[in-house]
Write a protein that binds this ligand. Structure first.
Ligand code: PBG
Length: 336
C-alpha cells in the first residue's frame, strides 16, 4: 500500500531546486547571460542593385547587392546587433582571385556605404580567395598544390583593400601560414594601424561549411581544404595556431565551427584569455532550420540554447546567421 503522501520529508542540506523555483530566482543565479552585443551577422554581398536572393540551403539568409546589404545591416543594428561580417560574391572569377582586392568589388563598396550610412556599425570583412578563384581554392595553385607564401601576398592585398575602404577589422579565413603577420605589416606600412585583425585562428576542415559554399559558390572544383584547414581530431594544434596568430598580431581570435568545437573554445579562452570569437557556421544553422521546418525542434528555444552554449564555453563574440532573430528574441520579455 503506497503511503508516500505530502507528509514525506527527506533530511537534505542541499536542495538545488530551491534556485530553480521562479524565473526571477533563476535569473538571479544565471551564470551565462546571452546579450545581443556579442553577435555578429554574416552577410553575402553580390553585384547589381535591388538583389535579394534567398540561399536555398539557408532559409532566412540572402545574397544581397550593396544597397540591400546596407538595408540589412541597418536593420540588424536597429535590432541591437552591433556588427556584420561581409563575404563577397563577384560576377567574374579567375585563377588568382584578382577581384578579391578590387576597390570596386562588392565587399569594398559595401564597407564604404555601411561606414558612411550606419552610425557605429562594426564592419568586419572576411578575407579569403576562395570566393574569387575560378577553381574555388583558397589560394594560388601550382598544379594541385596551394602555394603558401604567394597566396599570403594576395590575401594581404585583399585585406589592405578592405582596410582602405574603412573596415574596422579584417578577418583572414584562408589558414595560410604567416598571413596575420603579413597583413599587420602591410596595414601598418600604409598607416592603417587602427584597423584590427580578427583571425580565423583555429578553423577546422569541416563538413558543416556545405551550405556556405552554396551561398558563396566557393566549393573547390577538385580536392578539399585539408592541406590548410585543421584536422577535426586536434586540439593541441588549435592552441598552437591561436598562439601563433596572437604573436603575429591578431586582436581577436576565432574558433570555427562552434558547436562541435566547444571544448576548443573553452581551452582557447582559458589558456590565452584574449577576445575570442566563435563562428556558428552555415551547416549548424541549416541543421536547426531543417528540424524546425519539420516541427521537430522549437526554433526560439533551440536557437537560444545553442547560442548560450557557445557563450558558456567561453566565446565573447558569436558570429551567427541567427544574430537578428536572437537579438529580437532577447528583447522580448522572458517567459516566466
Ligand atoms: C572562406 C570561408 C568559409 C566560411 C567562412 N569563410 C568557407 C570555407 O572555408 O570553405 C564558412 C562559413 C560558414 O559555413 O558559415 N574560406
Amino acid at each position: 500500500m503506497a503511503t508516500h503522501t505530502s507528509t514525506a520529508r527527506l533530511a537534505l542540506t542541499r536542495r538545488p531546486r530551491r534556485l530553480r523555483r521562479t524565473e526571477a530566482i533563476r535569473s538571479l543565479v544565471r551564470e551565462t547571460r546571452l546579450t545581443p552585443d556579442c553577435f555578429i551577422l554574416p552577410l553575402f554581398v553580390c553585384e547589381g542593385r535591388g538583389v535579394r536572393r534567398e540561399v536555398s540551403s539557408m532559409p532566412g539568409v540572402f545574397q544581397l547587392s550593396v544597397d540591400e546589404a546596407v538595408k540589412e545591416a541597418a536593420a540588424a543594428k536597429a535590432d541591437g546587433v552591433p556588427g556584420v561580417l561581409l563575404f563577397g560574391l563577384p560576377d567574374s572569377k579567375d585563377a588568382t582571385g584578382s577581384k578579391a582586392s578590387d576597390p570596386d568589388a562588392p565587399v569594398q563598396s559595401a564597407v564604404r556605404a555601411m561606414k558612411r550610412e550606419i552610425r557605429d556599425l562594426i564592419v568586419i570583412t572576411d578575407v579569403c580567395l576562395c570566393e574569387y578563384t575560378s577553381h574555388g581554392h583558397c589560394g594560388i595553385l601550382e598544379g594541385e598544390e596551394i602555394l603558401n607564401d604567394v597566396t599570403v601576398a594576395h590575401v594581404a592585398d585583399a585585406a589592405l583593400s578592405h582596410a582602405v575602404a574603412g573596415a574596422d577589422f579584417v578577418a583572414p579565413s584562408d589558414m595560410m601560414d604567416g598571413r596575420v603577420a603579413a597583413i599587420r605589416t602591410l596595414l601598418d606600412e600604409r598607416g592603417l594601424d587602427r584597423t584590427g585583425i580578427m583571425s580565423y585562428a583555429a578553423k577546422y576542415c569541416s563538413a558543416f561549411y556545405g551550405p556556405f559554399r552554396d551561398a558563396a559558390d566557393s566549393a573547390p572544383q577538385f580536392g578539399d581544404r585539408r592541406s590548410h584547414q585543421m584536422d577535426p581530431a586536434n586540439v593541441e594544434e588549435a592552441l598552437r595556431e591561436v598562439e601563433t596568430d596572437i604573436e603575429e598580431g591578431a586582436d581577436i581570435i576565432m574558433v570555427k565551427p562552434a558547436l562541435h568545437y566547444l571544448d576548443v573554445i573553452s581551452r582557447v579562452k582559458r589558456q590565452f584569455n584574449q577576445p575570442t570569437a566563435a563562428y556558428h557556421v552555415s551547416g549548424e544553422y541549416a541543421m536547426l532550420k531543417l528540424a524546425v521546418a519539420k516541427g521537430w525542434i522549437d526554433e526560439r528555444r533551440g536557437m537560444l540554447e545553442t547560442l548560450t552554449a557557445i557563450k558558456r564555453a567561453g566565446a565573447d563574440i558569436i558570429i551567427t546567421y541567427y544574430a537578428r532573430d536572437a537579438a529580437r528574441a532577447l528583447h522580448e520579455k522572458p517567459r516566466a
